[in-house]
Structure formats: C-alpha cells, structure tokens
Design a protein around this ligand. Sequence first.
Ligand code: ADP
Length: 509
Amino acid sequence: MSLISGVISAVDIIGAILMIAFAFMSLRLAMRLVRREPHNIIHAYLMWICIAMAVFAVSRSAVHIIRQSLDLVGNAGAWQFIGPYSGAVNTFTLIVVGAVTLFFEYTWSIYRQILSDKQILQATRGELMDLNENLERRVDERTRALADSERKYREVFEVSRDMILLSDLEGRIFALNPAGYEILGGAADVSAAHIEYCQDFLFRGKDDWKKIVTVIRRRQWLPDMEFDMVNARGEKRRILLSASLVPGPRNDEGRIYFLIKDIEKRRMIKEQMARADKLASIGELSAGIAHEINNPLGIILGYAQLMLREESIPSQRSEDLKTIERHVRTCKVIVEDLLNFARVSPAKKEMNDIHGLIDDVIKFTYYDSGFDRVVIEKDYDPDVKPLFIDEKKIKQVFVNLIVNAKYAMGEKGSIKISTCLNEPDKRVEVRVSDTGCGISEQDMLKIFDPFFTTKPTGVGTGLGLSVSYGIVKNHGGDIQVKSEPGAGAVFTVLLPLEPHHEHIIGWEK
Ligand code: ADP
C-alpha cells in the first residue's frame, strides 16, 4: 500500500469515528433541547434529523471502518457482500431526513397556527381577566352610587314635613312617609288596615276619588288643590294637594305620587286675620255709634226715673215708665258691650288668681240663672300662678262662656272648667266644655261676629263672644273653639304668662 492511500485510509477511519462522535453529540444536544422544551417543534425536528444523521453516521462510518479493515486484512472481496446493505441503510436514513424535512414544513405551519392561536388565546384571557376585574369595580361603583342615591331619596322621604304618598289608581297606598302618618292622625293610632286606601282619609269617599283620578288620568298631574280631610283622630284638616301620574305598561297600572301639605294652621291664621279685620272695622263703627247713643240713653233713663219718682200711686203711666226704664237699661247694656268691644274703656290689669276669679264667676252664674240641674266640674292645675289680667273683663269672658254653655245644654248637662299650664308656649289654657247642642259648621264661621246669635230676640244680643274675643286678644291671648253639632262645645281661652301691653284691637288694623 502506498503512503497516500495509507493517509487516505487513516483520514477515512478518523473521519468516520469523528462523524459518529459528532452525530451522537448533536443527538445528545438535540435531546436535551427537546427535554427542556418538549412542545418546541424545531427542537423536535432537530432531534429527528440528529437521529437520522446518527444512524447515517453509524451506518456509513462503520462500513468505511469495516472496508478499510477488510482491505488491511486483504479480504476486499467481502465488501461486495456488505456494500449494498450499507448503501441501503444510507439511502434510508437520507430518505428519513428528506421526509422529516418535507413533513416539517407542514408541521411547522400547523405549529405556527397553534402558536398564534395560543397567543390570541393568551391575549383574550388577559383581556377577559382585565374585564372581569373592571366589571367588579364598575359593579361596585354602580352599587355605591345606587345606594347613595337611594339614601338621599329616603332622607327626603323621611324628613319631609309634608306628606309624600304613593298609590295605585284604585287608591291603594304603597308608601307613606312619617309626616304622612302624622297628618293622617298619628302613627300610633293608624294601623296598616286603616291606611289601606287614600280615599278613606284624604277625600270624601269613592266619588271624590273617582273625580280626582279622572283628572289625573287626563292631565297626568294635578295642580295645587285645597281639600278638607278628617284624620284617624277625627280632626278636620285643610290640605293642599298636588299629584303626578307615572303611567304603567297598561292603562290601569299607573302610580300616583301625591305631595300633601297640612295648611290647617295657615287657614286658622287666615280666618283669625279676617276676623280681626272684620272686628276692627265693626269696632270702629260701633264705638262711634255707641258714644253717640250712650248720652241720649242716659238722658232718657234719667228723665224716665224722674217721672217715675213723681208717680206716687201705681197707674198705667207708672207701668209705661217702668217699661221705658227697663228697655233703656237693656239698650245701655248693649251700648256698654259695644264700647267694651271697641276697647274704649281701658283695661285695669293687675296680678289676679285665675282660679279664684273663675270660682267667683261660677258662684255668680250659679245663683243668678237657675243652674241647679247643671253640674259644674272643676279641674284646676295647681302649677298655674297668678296672671296679669283685668279681673272685671276676664270675669266677663267667663260669664259669657258659662252662660252660653248653660243655654246650649238647656235644663240638664254638665260643664267642665279646667286649667292647664302650657310652659313651652308660655301660656295658661282655660277650657270650658259643655255637653250641649254643639255648633254647626256654618255657625262656627260666624259665632265671633258681632250681633250673630241663634238665641231668640231679647235673649241674645250676639255680642258675648265678640266682646270676649276682643278682651282676650287685648290680653295677648286667644280663644279657640272645637265643636260638633250634638256633641257639645269646647271653648279654650289662652292667656299669656308674661304681662301683655294692651292693643286697642277695635281701632287697630
Ligand atoms: P249670644 O249669646 O248673645 O247669642 P254670643 O256671641 O255669646 O252671643 O254667642 C253667639 C252664638 O254662638 C250663640 O247664639 C250660639 O249660637 C253660639 N254659641 C256660643 N256658645 C255656645 C255653646 N257653648 N254651645 C253652642 N252654641 C254656642
């Protein structure tokens, strides 16, 4: 063997060994990569190539070493037998490499698709998680805003001094605020059953309700309207009502929101102002007339008495003179009442015990006008201290009230006189209640008018209450009345605890 062929053989053998070594090192590396990232398709591809290359290297290199060895031992003929096997293995491994490479293109595109799907999925997941977190935050914010607004509206509902009422078109009440319970007669007295329907309290029965609902249906709202209602305690109250309709899905399914104001106090003040106004003008007029009449009456009375004294024996003439004297005296009482009403005579106020004063009046009226079948009950509050009042005038007030009560009861009945210290309002309340015939709604508006009387001519002048009203007003007080026909009457005289500086109501506007 020549040197050159010896070198070539050595290079062939060393190259074959190195080829096997490199092929297995590459395979080892590829396998490590696959182990690290089992789903990485490039690593998988590399591994399969390395396997094929390793098989190829083993097949080729082993065959080359065997061939060289056969040449060395002089048995080259044996190669004829092994050579085709080695060629077949080599071809097969190269086919595997080619097939894997061709297949890789297809696998790679699937892998890329999977990768992009995975990325999309991951991005979508991220978005979903973000949305989920945001959704929770948004729901949280909305819930808080809703709770805030609910609290705000509940507060308006709870603290409103006016009645807020929600009902259906049948009048069935769904919601009523505390002021509403109060106006309807006090929460404690109004059970759920009592306040089922608006028309039970607010309107005079079903007919009124139907009219109101018809208007609300037509206009969708109701402007401020005044109504009278009787609450669960039986008290009459004037109310100012407005309403709005929120239509429902069907014609008969709307809800009505009512806003109702209790204007009873306002009405009473208005009435009192009107009364004071009326009394002021009547006072002005009557004081003028009373002054003019008072002097001629005095003269007529004087002359009548003079002429009567000259009549020594009873005769028709003396009877006539007595009739004149009696009637002139009646006229003088009326004129005096008129002057009192006009407040011309100034009050003489000093500290007076109101209980002693009422006792005197009771004694006086009892003996004076056959009170024997009328029971007078007294219920005095011991805390009531002497008041700065004109004894004579206040006595006149109670005489009027007691005489009126007695007259209203006829022969039989009972009068109750009670006093009570109302510290918060700084006043004393004297209540005169009777079990008499009571006062009708129409008369109630007129009883303080001068000359209004339901008594027969000659019995009543219609000045008692108007004079009493003037006297009490001049003491800084007030007279209130509560009465129902057939159920007696309660007159309450309110007198201030503090000394009051006199106003001449009759002249004052
Ligand atoms: P007079 O007593 O002269 O009629 P008043 O001013 O005192 O005048 O009373 C006016 C009217 O008020 C009476 O005619 C009567 O109709 C009514 N009235 C007053 N007090 C009572 C009472 N206690 N019960 C019923 N009606 C009363």
